[in-house]
Design a binder for this molecule. Structure first.
Ligand SMILES: Cc1ncc(COP(=O)(O)O)c(C=O)c1O
Length: 387
């Protein structure tokens, strides 16, 4: 090792997983269809667009803001968390963050120390692993969705309980899940609750897709009896209102824990830009119609994508992805990357499965809301031809 050297955690974090696919894409001349990133083609609610804000050049826009967030946004989210999510959050129990990514990084920083273990129910949103790794927190994977789906009505308690050790401090769960769209019902959440209560664990509930369920309602785990005291619930304007570029998210939880989360936020970004919080609040206030319209469009996109894809795929009850098992379609020791390279040569990008968990190297994720319906179906047609 030469001097100066980089930190071990920086060295261990992966760079973009898409580098090899971009190389293949370089040779493609035509409309590139990006189905790899979790985003939307929809414009945000009219009221939440930047052009619609009364950016009156108030001094506030250029000044440092309060660490918890802009008070009107904090107040509106506190009310939303109480009424929509049914989480009995106290005043002071909401922290505005720079997206859910920053929210989760602050939560991990507030709850776990280097060497502590965090259980990830897999397949899992990839960045949570890197967030843990950058703080020397050890991720323990528990293959979850596939097991729950394979045996409807099974009790997943033992699956999670046997992963708990003396070093376990938290369970990360995502419902509706990215990448497989599983929406956890109260019975399944109940098994997670039992493990958390018996082992004295925190729950990190990533609920950024809360508004996008198509077949069953979303339940916040913190709304279950006794759970508000040990759960941090994360939401995002990126997913709810198509405002990923604003970088506004939030965490709700017990006031004293949120104070710790706030310290992490304050010592990393100081505060979220005021101008962005204004546009977020406008969506929260006036975005009801957007949510129902987007949900209907996303459901239709989901159904058309599932019907068009020639590879059998489970219909996700929520989120904005199809998680596709490509085993038998040309995967090798490298997993499905060679297949995805061929798909990229046809001008379509998919996310490789390996970052979603050790068991998913042969899988790929397709986002069905990243482009409009015509381009989505064109992309799927190209994928079918490659496969
Ligand atoms: C499950 C999940 N959590 C968190 C995030 C991060 O969202 P944000 O844009 O608010 O940082 C994403 C984004 O794709 C996600 O899918």
């Amino acid at each position: 090792m030469t001097f100066p050297r980089l930190s071990v955690s920086a060295e261990s974090l992966p760079l973009s997983i898409f580098a090899r696919l971009y190389e293949k894409l370089a040779g493609f001349k035509g409309d590139v269809i990006p189905l790899q990133i979790g985003d939307t083609y929809l414009m945000p609610p009219a009221a939440g667009r930047l052009s619609q804000q009364a950016y009156d050049d108030a001094r506030d826009l250029y000044a440092y803001g309060p660490a918890p967030g802009w008070p009107p946004l904090v107040a509106a989210l506190t009310e939303k968390v109480r009424t929509v999510n049914r989480i009995p959050v106290e005043d002071g129990g909401v922290q505005i963050t720079s997206g859910a990514t920053h929210a989760l990084a602050c939560c991990v920083g507030a709850l776990l120390d280097p060497g502590d273990e965090m259980i990830l129910l897999t397949p899992h949103w990839p960045i949570i692993r890197g967030i843990a790794q950058s703080r020397s927190v050890v991720s323990i994977e528990v293959p979850f969705s596939q097991m729950v789906l394979a045996e409807p009505g099974m009790d997943p308690y033992p699956l999670i309980a046997r992963a708990v050790s003396a070093k376990t401090r938290a369970i990360y769960l995502c419902t509706p899940n990215n990448p497989d769209g599983l929406v956890l019902d109260e019975t399944t959440l109940g098994a997670i609750v039992r493990v958390a209560e018996q082992a004295g664990l925190w729950i990190l509930a990533d609920e950024v897709y809360e508004h996008y369920t198509y077949d069953r309602p979303h339940v916040s785990i913190a709304s279950l009896p006794g759970m508000a005291a040990r759960t941090l619930t994360v939401g995002s304007f990126s997913k709810s209102y198509g405002q990923a570029g604003l970088r506004v998210g939030y965490v709700a939880g017990p006031r004293t824990v949120i104070e710790a989360v706030r310290k992490m936020s304050n010592h990393s970004i100081y505060n979220v830009p005021h101008a962005m919080q204004r546009a977020a609040l406008a969506s929260l206030r006036d975005g009801g119609e957007f949510l129902s319209d987007a949900r209907a469009r996303y459901r239709q996109a989901r159904d058309k994508a599932v019907a068009a894809l020639k590879v059998p795929v489970r219909v996700p009850e929520g989120s904005t992805y199809l998680f596709i098992d490509l085993a038998g379609h040309g995967c090798n020791a490298e997993g499905c990357l060679p297949v995805l390279e061929r798909v990229a040569s046809a001008g379509v990008l998919l996310a490789p499965g390996a970052p979603f968990g050790l068991a998913y190297a042969d899988w790929a994720r397709l986002c069905f809301t990243a482009v409009d319906e015509a381009r989505l179906l064109e992309g799927i047609d190209r994928i079918n031809r490659v496969l």
